[in-house]
Design a protein around this ligand. Structure first.
Ligand code: FAD
Length: 517
C-alpha cells in the first residue's frame, strides 16, 4: 500500500518522484507542512508544554504545535494530513487546557493544536427565552462564567473545577453536583462547529448532522475537533448556601443522596465525599464552614471512623433571603445525618463554582499542584454501590489523605442517551472519584507506586462483571479493553470512527485506534 500511496503522493506533490525512499518522502512532507501559511502559526520551539498534562505521568513530545487563530488553520492542517493518505503517520491532538490525566491530549511526533489560541468567535450572547452563548471551544469555563454573569446569566451544568476548556470537557461529559438535574455539560449544548478527521468543517446539532453531534459529545476527541459550542444558559443566582453534614452509615448516606437527586424540588447541587482514617479531620473538612450548633459539634469525635460527608448547596438572591432558610430547613428535615455535624457557609455564586481554584492556589504555593495525579474515576450502578462501598472503603482504601474521594449519585433519565459517553445501564448511578496526588519521590503511602497499586486493586474489584461498573475519563492500553468498555456500543463508536476519522489521525493519546499506515 505504500507504493499506491507514493503514486498518489507523486501525483499531488511536485517534489515527490516514484523512486524516492520513504525517509526522503517523510522529510518532504514535514518540510511542506512547515511551509504552510496560517492565520496563527506552527511552532517547533518551546513545545515541551504539549508533552505535559495534569496527570504528570505521560510525556510524549510532538513534532510541532499549531497555535490556530482561525478554524481554517485547523481544517487546512488536518485536510493536508488526511490527503497524504497512508503515506504519512502524522497524528493530530487538540489540546484544551491539558488537564487530562494520561496523555490523552498528547501526540507523539505529531501535531498538537493549542486550542486556547483559538479566540474566535468572541463570546456572543443570545438573551431570549432560551438564552445561550456561542464560544470558542478553546475557552476556559471560568471565562465563560465571568462573561455570562455580565448578562445576569450562567451555564447550567458544571465541573468542580473551571480552569478546563469547553472542548475538553465536552469530549468527556462534564459532571458535577448539578448533573442530577440538568445532565452533564454534554446535555447542555445546542450546537457545535466541528472539524472532522477529514479536515471538513461542519455545524452539528440535534437537527443538523445529528450523528456527528452525538459522536463528538463524550467522543474522547475521536471524531473531530470541536471549534465552537453553543452553550445553554439560565439566569444566574448571586449567592449560595453551602452545607455539609456527616454520616457513619453508608446506606443511610446513600439513601439520603438518592432521595435528594430523585426530586426536582431539591438542592441545586448534590455531591458528597468519603473520609477514611484522617486525623485532624474536623479542622480539615469544615475549615471554612460554621457549625449549626457549635456546642454539639465540638462533642462529635471522628477518630478511627469511616465517615461520609453529604455536600449540598442552594442558590439564592439576597431578596429571597427570608424564605431560603425555611426551604433549606424543610429539605434537611427529610435527611438522616448526624444532627451535631451540620455545617454551613454562605458564599457568592462565583466563589462557590470556582472553589477548587482556591485549593489550587494553596497547593501551588506548596509545590504540590504540579505533581503526579493517579486519578481513578468510576461510574457505579445503584445496585452495586453498597457492595462497592463495603469492599473498598476501609478495606482496599485504608486512608484518604492522598486526596478527596468524591461520591454522589446522578439520575440518567434526564441525560441524552445517544452520545458517545458510556455509562452504566441503570437509571441511577454514582460517580466515585479517587482524586489522589502523589508526593514526588516518596516510596511510602503517599507515593505514586502505592497509589497505583491501590488503584489496580480497586479496578480488579470493579472487574467483577455483575457490578456493571464503567470508568469515567477512561484509560486503557489495548483495543480489547476498549471494546469491553464500550460493550454493545463499540459497533457504533468504531463505525463513527470510520466515517469521521478513517485514518485515525485524531487524539492518538486515547490509545483507542491506531493510525492507519
Ligand atoms: P485536555 O486535557 O486538553 O483534552 C482532553 C481530551 O479531549 C484529549 O483527548 C484532547 O485531545 C481532547 N480535546 C481537547 N479539546 C478538544 C476539542 N476542542 N475538540 C475535540 N477534542 C478535544 N471532569 C468532570 O467531568 N467533572 C469534574 O468535576 C472534573 N473536575 C476536574 C478537576 C480537575 C482539577 C481536573 C484536572 C480535571 C477535572 N475533570 C473533571 C476532568 C476534566 O473534565 C477532563 O480532564 C477534561 O478533558 C479537561 O479539559 P481540558 O481542556 O484540560 O482537556
Amino acid at each position: 500500500s505504500f507504493m499506491t500511496n507514493r503514486e498518489h503522493l507523486c501525483s499531488n506533490h511536485p517534489f515527490v518522484t516514484p523512486t524516492m525512499s520513504p525517509h526522503t518522502i517523510q522529510s518532504i512532507i514535514y518540510s511542506s507542512i512547515a511551509k504552510m501559511t496560517f492565520d496563527g502559526h506552527l511552532s517547533f520551539k518551546n513545545i515541551e508544554f504539549a508533552a505535559k498534562d495534569f496527570g504528570n505521568r505521560y510525556h510524549y513530545t510532538p513534532w510541532a504545535v499549531l497555535h490556530p487563530k482561525s478554524v481554517s488553520d485547523i481544517s487546512s492542517i488536518i485536510k493536508y494530513i488526511f490527503n497524504l493518505g497512508l503515506t504519512s503517520e502524522l497524528t493530530v491532538a487538540a489540546r484544551g487546557h491539558g488537564h487530562s490525566l494520561e496523555g490523552q491530549a498528547q501526540a507523539y511526533q505529531g501535531v498538537v493544536i493549542n486550542m486556547e489560541s483559538l479566540r474566535v468567535p468572541e463570546m456572543s450572547f443570545h438573551t431570549g427565552k432560551q438564552p445561550y452563548v456561542d464560544v470558542s471551544a478553546g475557552e476556559l469555563w471560568i471565562n465563560v462564567l465571568h462573561e455570562s454573569l455580565k448578562h445576569g446569566l450562567a451555564p447550567k451544568s458544571w465541573t468542580d473545577y473551571l480552569h478546563l476548556t469547553v472542548g475538553g470537557t465536552l469530549s468527556n461529559a462534564g459532571i458535577s453536583g448539578q448533573a442530577f438535574r440538568y445532565g452533564p455539560q454534554i446535555n447542555n449544548v445546542y450546537q457545535l462547529q466541528v472539524v472532522t478527521g477529514r479536515g471538513e468543517v461542519a455545524i452539528c446539532s440535534e437537527e443538523q448532522n445529528t450523528d456527528l453531534f452525538h459522536a463528538v459529545l463524550g467522543g474522547l476527541g475521536q471524531f473531530g475537533i470541536i471549534t465552537q459550542a453553543r452553550v445553554a444558559l439560565e439566569p444566574a443566582p448571586k449567592m449560595v448556601k453551602w452545607i455539609r453534614a456527616l454520616y457513619t452509615d453508608f446506606s443511610t448516606f446513600a439513601n439520603d443522596q438518592e432521595h435528594l437527586v430523585s426530586s426536582t424540588d431539591s438542592f441545586d447541587y448534590v455531591e458528597g465525599f468519603v473520609i477514611v482514617n484522617r486525623t485532624g479531620l474536623l479542622n480539615n473538612w469544615r475549615s471554612s464552614f460554621n457549625p449549626k450548633d457549635p456546642v454539639q459539634a465540638n462533642q462529635f469525635t471522628s477518630e478511627g471512623k469511616i465517615l461520609f460527608c453529604l455536600e449540598v448547596a442552594k442558590y439564592y438572591n439576597p431578596e429571597e433571603m427570608d424564605h431560603i432558610d425555611q426551604e433549606i430547613d424543610t429539605l434537611l428535615s427529610e435527611l438522616n445525618y448526624i444532627q451535631s455535624t451540620l455545617f454551613q457557609s454562605e458564599v457568592s455564586y462565583v466563589d462557590f463554582l470556582d472553589r477548587v481554584h482556591v485549593s489550587e492556589m494553596k497547593l501551588r504555593k506548596e509545590g504540590l499542584w504540579e505533581v503526579a495525579h493517579p486519578w481513578l474515576n468510576l461510574l457505579i450502578p445503584r445496585s452495586s454501590i453498597d457492595e462497592f462501598a463495603r469492599g473498598v472503603f476501609g478495606n482496599i482504601v485504608k486512608d484518604t489523605s492522598n486526596g478527596p474521594v468524591l461520591i454522589y449519585p446522578v439520575n440518567k433519565s434526564r441525560w441524552k442517551n445517544k452520545t458517545s459517553l458510556i455509562t452504566p445501564e441503570e437509571d441511577v448511578f454514582y460517580l466515585v472519584a479517587f482524586l489522589s496526588s502523589a508526593i514526588p519521590s516518596s516510596t511510602g503511602k503517599d507515593g505514586l507506586e502505592h497509589i497505583l497499586t491501590q488503584n489496580n486493586k480497586i479496578l480488579n474489584f470493579c472487574g467483577r462483571p455483575h457490578l456493571g461498573i464503567k470508568q469515567y475519563l477512561p484509560h486503557y492500553s489495548t483495543q480489547e479493553e476498549w471494546k469491553a468498555h464500550f460493550g454493545t456500543h463499540w459497533k457504533v463508536f468504531s463505525g463513527r470512527k470510520l466515517t469521521y476519522d478513517p485514518l485515525a489521525i485524531l487524539a492518538p493519546g486515547q490509545r483507542i485506534f491506531h493510525r492507519q499506515k
